[in-house]
Design a protein. Structure first.
Lengths: 250, 307, 334
């Protein structure tokens, strides 16, 4: 089997005496949609943060495309092809929506140490930005101030920013949190369309979406990886049902 | 360079360190617990000195002056907190900087209006005048020893307070996470008031104790405040232990540096350039020290919030 | 209550006309002022306006750092002082031409900015404010201990710098226009910078540093460059200040001076560039007027600052942007 795109080996993270990540070893294969589920407080976001570099693990390694990136800062990981969305929308509220995305394009379009010229007017940056906004469904809000967007629109902007980076690995931290049924459907279709083009890790509580999208699912309980398997396997696993799914499925 | 001179300067370094600790302790708690940048802390120190001079003039007794000035400093600190500072918690640091800057401007010049710009003096209390022989050939002013002892005493008291009392525990908790402490039902307003008042009193105390040795003049709080900032930054914001260690370190480095810079440089260069460059380099010493510490540990040596 | 620094992020972007008219008006007024002053026989206006422009160079640069970069530097006066002392020290050694003095002033300031910036930018929040304050103080003490160059008392300069041999700056009017050109150049440069790729990253870093990192930007590098640029422009201001007063003194780099610079920037509205010019003017005019009333004018000014922070909607910054809005509305309707 081909080398995994992302390999986590023995990741551990404690906050004081609280064990948040408990010896997690996990493989994510190129092109797959890998879901990460578990109850609140299981440590899913902390794990994502360790993948993207915002938190340093106490022990263990993160290997991306064969390289050990454990010591690399988030910006280096981003430039290597890892992008993410945040559970609580993390955008640039003072900028127009299109500039939020154009900045993501700018990061990998030559030097940003240019002191002259109107960056906001550069077609080389704006065209890919608009394309990402189209895909996310908010191209009509391109010139609005990002801070004025509704919650659902901000979630879409999050995604547009992440997609504009043309990532190899996309980390999605609860992208459907707090958005309505129509939006969720739209997002699921969008992600279905992306399957195969890039690798995705999806943290979600919306089980319908998870089972519709995931190729494989990993279950995290109290910082520890309980099991990894296909949706059917995970759904049937009695341990998983007892610890988590029992509450989720009516 | 004689060893006696060296020892005298070491003692002077301790004295400065102890003084800095008194000022930095209040400052670091206010930063740590209330996340409030108080540029006006130096005027508390200045006010302590001026109040001591004023009360001494009225009652002709140092200890009466000390007690009254302490109480007045406490009252003034609480007044400032009530009128201005409590409305600034949670505001942008920029707002706090501007507001406290305005207070410094006001107080430095109000003091000038009330007491005049000429430096004032306060005599050392009779019992503590003169010098005593600490060892062969080493004479050291008694009052400076009193300052060192008083400072160490306050440090011990603070340690006991913070480690073993309930309010100390609340202060420690507040330094790490004020929001949580509030959420747990503690009257955070009263805690802030206590921290602020206590810190003001400490600074005022420092001003009172140093008044007999230096000239009391407007703006005397400025320089010592910057030193106190350096102490806190090196020690770690919110940490009393850090403030203590850093204060002594800075007191020693600054004093010894200034005393012996010219002598040390004379080892490498001719006397004349050494006399020019020496004081300049000496004045940079503690800032270079600060830069080195921060480069290695951006949150200071003992940060309250952990790294 | 919304934080004051974020308040201006929520304002709608003004139309192009509104954006150009206020700064254009300012520079037009400044250009015509000496003529008007001569006609009205109010020569002191030229002196006052010169002083405003000299400090405005530093204030505009500081606005770039604080208003657009979100870095509250409380040691900006150090760069002014370094620039001024470059002029003073060179003059003391017989070198009096701007072709040497000006680059020296700017480079000395940029060097200091680079060395201290490396340390300062490893910290955030209150730490950053205090460290910039401390470094500013350090340079102040170094200056006071430079006995050959006047120490505490300062140093008189024999004459203003010549420019390539020409005594362009000798007359007050000549100096006025040289300063105006410097201010205009500073303003245009900072304007371009803000709109550039570099400026956009800097502004993004102020709004959401985490997001910028996860996009792929090492924000600290951009902040360091901004800090160095701002420092260099401070050095330019110092060059002008030394020439203006024909005197250099450690007081140019006191922390009170740094504080006053921040107030100047905020008075005009943070994050506007031309606002810094207005704020500088308001501050220096107020200082002139109040010191006419009492020698200890800070006794009045200090509480005014405090009141403004406490009660002006959105703090002093809100007051500044309300002022700016009223002014640009006036300009827009003109």
């Amino acid at each position: 089997m081909a080398e995994p795109l992302l390999h986590l080996q023995g990741l551990c993270k404690n906050f004081g005496s609280l064990v948040v990540t408990d010896d997690v070893t996990l493989d994510v294969h190129a092109g797959e949609m890998h879901a990460l589920i578990g109850p609140n407080g299981a440590g899913k976001t902390t794990l994502i943060n360790q993948m993207s570099g915002l938190i340093a693990p106490d022990a263990g390694t993160v290997v991306f495309a064969g390289d050990d990136i454990t010591a690399l800062p988030p910006q280096t990981r981003a430039l290597r092809g890892m992008s993410r969305t945040f559970q609580i929308s993390s955008i640039l509220p003072g900028f127009p929506v299109v500039e939020n995305v154009a900045l993501a394009v700018q990061a990998r379009s030559g030097s940003s140490f240019r002191f002259f010229g109107d960056a906001a007017a550069e077609p080389a940056l704006n065209i890919p930005a608009m394309a990402a906004l189209e895909a996310a469904g908010i191209a009509d809000r391109a010139n609005a101030r990002a801070g004025e967007l509704s919650h659902g629109e901000k979630r879409a902007l999050e995604l547009a920013i992440a997609l504009a980076m043309r990532p190899r690995l996309l980390l999605l931290d609860e992208p459907m949190a707090g958005i309505g049924r129509d939006e969720t459907e739209r997002l699921v279709n969008l992600l279905l369309g992306l399957k195969g083009q890039l690798t995705m890790i999806l943290v979600e509580h919306d089980m319908a979406a998870v089972f519709a999208l995931a190729d494989r699912i990993s279950v995290l309980i109290r910082g520890r990886l309980l099991t990894t398997g296909s949706p059917a396997q995970v759904r049937a696993d009695p341990q998983v049902v007892a610890a988590y799914l029992g509450e989720q499925m009516e | 360079m004689s060893s006696t001179l060296f020892l005298v300067q070491v003692l002077n370094g301790f004295q400065l360190g102890v003084l800095l600790f008194l000022i930095a302790a209040g400052l670091t708690l206010v930063f740590g617990v209330m996340d409030f940048i108080n540029l006006a802390h130096g005027v508390q120190y200045m006010l302590g000195a001026y109040l001591a001079v004023a009360f001494y003039g009225a009652f002709d007794n140092f200890f009466v002056a000390l007690v009254l000035a302490l109480l007045a400093a406490l009252a003034f600190g609480l007044l400032l907190e009530f009128l201005v500072f409590r409305h600034l918690y949670g505001r942008d640091h920029l707002d706090q900087v501007i507001a406290t800057f305005g207070i410094i401007l006001f107080l430095n010049h109000a003091v000038r209006l009330i007491w005049g710009a000429a430096p004032l003096t306060l005599p050392v209390p009779e019992f503590f005048t003169g010098s005593i022989g600490l060892m062969d050939g080493l004479l050291y002013p008694v009052w400076r020893i009193v300052i060192i002892a008083a400072g160490l005493g306050v440090a011990a008291l603070l340690y006991l307070l913070v480690s073993f009392t309930r309010i100390g525990m609340l202060v420690r908790a507040g330094s790490t996470n004020a929001a949580m402490v509030s959420a747990l039902g503690v009257n955070i307003e009263r805690l802030f008031m206590f921290v602020f008042g206590f810190g003001s009193m400490l600074a005022g105390f420092a001003g009172i104790m140093i008044a007999p040795i230096i000239s009391v003049e407007p703006g005397m709080g400025t320089n010592i405040l910057i030193l106190a900032f350096v102490v806190i930054v090196i020690g770690g914001i919110g940490s009393i232990r850090g403030a203590f260690v850093a204060a002594l370190l800075i007191g020693l480095v600054d004093t010894l540096g200034r005393s012996f810079s010219i002598d040390i440089l004379r080892l490498f260069m001719a006397p004349s350039p050494a006399r020019t460059v020496g004081p300049a380099l000496a004045s940079m010493l503690i800032y270079v020290l600060m830069a080195i510490v921060l480069y290695v540990r951006p949150s200071g040596l003992f940060p309250a919030r952990g790294r | 209550m919304a934080s004051t620094l974020a308040a201006e992020a929520a304002e709608p972007a003004p139309s192009r006309a509104r954006r150009i008219v206020p700064p254009a008006a300012i520079f037009l007024i400044l250009a015509l002022l000496p003529v008007v002053a001569a006609l009205a026989r109010q020569q002191y206006l030229v002196d006052l306006a010169t002083r405003v422009m000299v400090y405005a160079v530093a204030a505009v640069a500081l606005d770039l750092l604080v208003g657009y970069g979100g870095l509250i530097s409380f040691g900006h006066a150090a760069f002014i002082g370094l620039g001024a002392y470059a002029v003073g020290i060179l003059s003391a050694h017989g070198i009096g031409d701007a072709l040497i003095a000006l680059p020296t002033a700017i480079i000395a300031a940029m060097l200091f900015a680079w060395l201290t910036g490396i340390v300062c930018l490893r910290t955030k929040g209150v730490y950053f404010i205090m460290i910039t304050l401390a470094f500013g103080q350090m340079i102040f003490f170094v200056a006071t201990s430079l006995a050959p160059y006047g120490g505490d008392n300062g140093l008189t300069i024999a004459a203003r710098n010549t420019v390539a041999g020409f005594a362009l700056m000798k007359s007050d009017r000549g100096f006025y226009y040289v300063t105006l050109v410097c201010l205009l150049a500073t303003y245009l440069f900072c304007r371009a910078l803000v709109a550039s790729r570099f400026g956009r990253v800097l502004r993004g870093g102020k709004q959401n540093a985490t997001r910028m990192a996860t996009i792929g930007f090492t924000i600290r590098r951009f902040q360091l460059v901004a800090y160095i640029i701002t420092g260099g422009l401070g050095g330019l201001s110092g060059f002008l200040l030394a020439n203006s007063a024909e005197f250099v003194s450690p007081a140019y780099m006191s922390w009170q001076q740094s504080g006053e610079l921040i107030v100047m920037v905020i008075l005009g509205g943070l994050g506007t560039l031309h606002g810094a010019i207005i704020g500088t003017a308001v501050y220096l005019v107020a200082e002139e007027w109040l010191s006419g009333i009492t020698e200890n004018w800070q006794v009045i000014f200090g509480p005014l600052l405090v009141l403004a922070v406490l009660f002006a909607r959105g703090g002093l910054l809100g007051l500044g942007s309300t002022l700016r809005q009223r002014l640009s509305e006036g300009g827009g309707n003109g």
